[in-house]
Design a binder for this molecule. Sequence first.
Ligand code: PEP
Ligand code: MN
Length: 351
Amino acid sequence: MILTLGKDTNEAYIRELEKFLNQESVSFYRASFRGNLVRVIPDEEVGSEFPQYLNTFKGVQEIQSPSTDYQLASKAFTSSSTQISVNNEIIHQQGLNLVAGPCSVESHSQIMETAHFLSEMGINLIRGGAYKPRTSPYSFQGLGHEGLGLIREAADRYGLGVVTEVMDYQLMDEVVAHGDILQVGSRNMFNYQLLKQLGEQPKPVLLKRGMFAKIEEWLLAAEYIILNGNEQVILCERGLRTFDPAVRNQMDIAAIPLTKGLSHLPVWADPSQGSGRRNLIEPLSHAAVAAGVDGLMLEVHPDPDNALSDGSQSINLSAFKSLVKNILPTAQHLNKKLYLSSAMKATASNH
Ligand code: PEP
Ligand code: MN
């Protein structure tokens, strides 16, 4: 149950309400949402007579009871979509956002070339891992601090926003200082301590779905972040591990409309991790756009065959350009605007 208290609720009213809850031994959580103070009471704590009674407390503007464990992330709490902002303009609320870039930042020339290419196309978000969660300790682990500096430099030179992963809470300050959107990797979706810490950060979080996470678990992970103070959460479907080694992960296309129906949070998709195969990225991008995603994250590299990580699921710069051109009609059909440079739009409309 969520009690919404107005923005300027009198302290005394809040104290009175909380005193009552304490007297009744009801545990509750303090949070804020879109400028309002809220108090969240877990379902099992809510007595049947509660809602009517709590309604009588001064300062309580609304009482809602989403029938899900994730309450603040639920669409039953608010059906109006969460608006994400990066420097006030980089996220297009009703549009299709595109994030492209290498799996890992590898060198100055690699990230500069990619950033330049993206900015020429009118893309405004670049991805690139500096601290990488690699399955094998012998694989390239990322350039770390140096990599963060390189992607920031490239992004600043070409006016882009940076999406990069934060693997560990000890790296939080460093990643927050260099990134614009903080990526939580699939392996860390269940790292609740990290999620709580992300709740305290001033930047949006891109929350990848765990590779074996139920949708409910994914939304509860988002709930951790929102409850701890950060409402700026983007959900990102990135495929599930299944019995079939034909693909690295199986992208759950149904999860896209399903999750959008359950939550007010934006839902993006990552067809690169979602398949592990370069030739599946474009068809899966089409499918994700048709299913209604709000953003796509793609691994794009100037020379995928020689990439230090995930080359087999990365496309080169020109393949990316033609992919974007090819998905435009589907996006337009669904009224999902893509904000590209006029040159790119002109190329697209000629086809
Ligand atoms: C990535 O984006 O490079 C990555 C490692 O993603 P995931 O956590 O989804 O595997
Ligand atoms: Mn990758």
